[in-house]
Every structure is written in C-alpha cells, then in structure tokens.
Design a binder for this molecule. Structure first.
Ligand SMILES: NC(=O)c1ccc[n+]([C@@H]2O[C@H](COP(=O)([O-])OP(=O)(O)OC[C@H]3O[C@@H](n4cnc5c(N)ncnc54)[C@H](OP(=O)(O)O)[C@@H]3O)[C@@H](O)[C@H]2O)c1
Length: 224
C-alpha cells in the first residue's frame, strides 16, 4: 500500500515497486493509474488522508490480494511557516496528513502485516524530522519529528511480530513540494527515482536487518 501515489515520491515508489514485481494498492485523492505501473497488478483506492478511511482501504486491498507485505505512508503536506507566524489551523492541517493519517494506516494494516511474518512500514518523514533547518520549516519540522517518533513507535509495537518500520528522512527531493520552497536546480536535489530505490531496498531487507531511520541528503550539512 502506498499513500499519495499520484505524483512525486509516492509515484516514483509505485513505479519502482511495480517494476520489481510487487502487486500494489495505491491510495490517492483522485485515483488514476500512474504511468509505469502494471495495471493488472495495481489496485486503486480513493483515499484522502484528512477524511480517513484507512480501515476500508486495508479491507479492500486484502480482498483483492489476500496478503499485505508493506505499507509506504507517503502522503504529506508542507506549509512553509515559522512556529511564530503559523496558526493552529496550519499545524492541525499538517498533523492530520503527516502524523495522524500514517498512524491510522499503520494501525489498520497491523494485523495483515503481522500475518505475513515480515511486514514493513515505511514512514516518509524528512530530514526536517531530525533538525530544524530554517525559520520557514519550523512548523513542518514539528510534524516530521512526530513522524519519526511514529516510525519508532511502530517498530517497538511490531518487532516481536516481524514488523520492521523505518523513518525515511530525505532532504530536498525534486518534486512539486521541494520546487515550491527552494530555487535549487533539479540536478541539485535528490532524484525521486533514486529515493524509490532506497525504499525498495529497505522493504527487501530481512527481519534481522532492521533500519530504524534512513537519512538521505543532496547537500552537505554538519550531521546529515
Ligand atoms: N520533496 C521533498 O523535498 C521531501 C523531503 C522530505 C520529505 N518529503 C516527504 O515525502 C512525502 C512525499 O512528498 P513529495 O515531495 O512527493 O510531495 P508532493 O510532490 O507535494 O506530493 C504529495 C503527495 O501527497 C498527497 N497528499 C497530500 N495531501 C493528501 C491528502 N490529504 N490525502 C491524500 N493524499 C495527499 C498528494 O496528493 P494530491 O496529488 O492529491 O495532492 C501527493 O500525492 C511527504 O510526506 C513529504 O513530506 C518530501
């Protein structure tokens, strides 16, 4: 299952996993088969992270495929405001998509993921979940720190049942989201297809190679 597969990182992950032979269930606000996925092995579900519906999505995906190996909680929202200029409404909007919806999705998928014996949960967090890089990323960072904590919480809750969770923490990735907040050239940002390769690798690791966090950066920073 991949949320927010309509464009950007989510669509790149869908293309990569489909190429690798996975059957997919894609949650999107406006379902449309992405280019580059095998339509015969791809299920679409109308999913809005604000409205909810994760349990219904899991039910439909299980009816179609009868097993669940991995969830990629990717849908995300970035409102570029500082913690001082933002209102509660801005924080609530980002918490709804970046934190509450991925938690509900992992909760809904938990049983089927455990049943497969090697369930994987990838939370698309961010390097903004590891450090607060700028004034205008402050509010987003609050939600992405929570997303990193969510991945750790899922790891703790699911480890004994074979579930492994990873917080994937990229810096700028060349998508609509990054283009809206930076004037960096595309070539100076991480390629979404390359990040999709990282996520495919993480999903493929065995239960004895648990990766709690995976940081990826396009630029030099002190720690990342
Ligand atoms: N790009 C970066 O530099 C970067 C860096 C670090 C982390 N991330 C994280 O990576 C994830 C993907 O980001 P991206 O760069 O691919 O962003 P993007 O190009 O802006 O795409 C965002 C995706 O999330 C979906 N989405 C947003 N709100 C939704 C909602 N309420 N319900 C369902 N889907 C919703 C969008 O669907 P619609 O097409 O319907 O709008 C779209 O598929 C996000 O969690 C983001 O925070 C991105």
């Amino acid at each position: 299952m991949i949320s927010g597969a309509s464009r950007g990182i989510g669509q790149a992950v869908a293309r990569r996993l489909s190429k690798d032979g996975w059957a997919l269930s894609l949650g999107m606000r406006e379902p449309a088969m992405p280019h580059g996925v095998d339509p015969e092995r791809t299920h679409l579900f109308a999913y809005d992270a604000v409205a909810g519906g994760e349990a219904a999505w899991v039910d439909e995906a299980m009816t179609r495929f009868d097993r669940m190996d991995a969830v990629v909680a990717n849908a995300g929202l970035m409102i570029p405001k500082s913690v001082i200029e933002a209102d509660d409404e801005d924080l609530d909007a980002m918490l709804a998509v970046n934190v509450k919806a991925p938690r509900r999705l992992a909760k809904a998928a938990f049983g089927p993921l455990a049943a497969c014996g090697r369930g994987r949960v990838i939370i698309l967090a961010s390097l903004s979940g590891k450090r607060v890089k700028s004034d205008r990323s402050g509010l987003y960072s609050m939600t992405k720190f929570a997303a990193v904590a969510l991945a750790h919480g899922i790891r703790q809750a699911g480890f004994d049942r074979g579930i492994r969770a990873t917080a994937v923490c990229p810096g700028f990735v060349d998508t609509d989201m990054a283009r809206a907040i930076t004037d960096r050239e595309p070539a100076a940002m991480t390629d979404p297809d390359e990040l999709a390769g990282v996520i495919a690798m993480l999903i493929g690791l065995s239960n004895t190679a648990s990766v709690a966090e995976f940081a990826v950066n396009c630029q030099l920073e002190e720690q990342y």
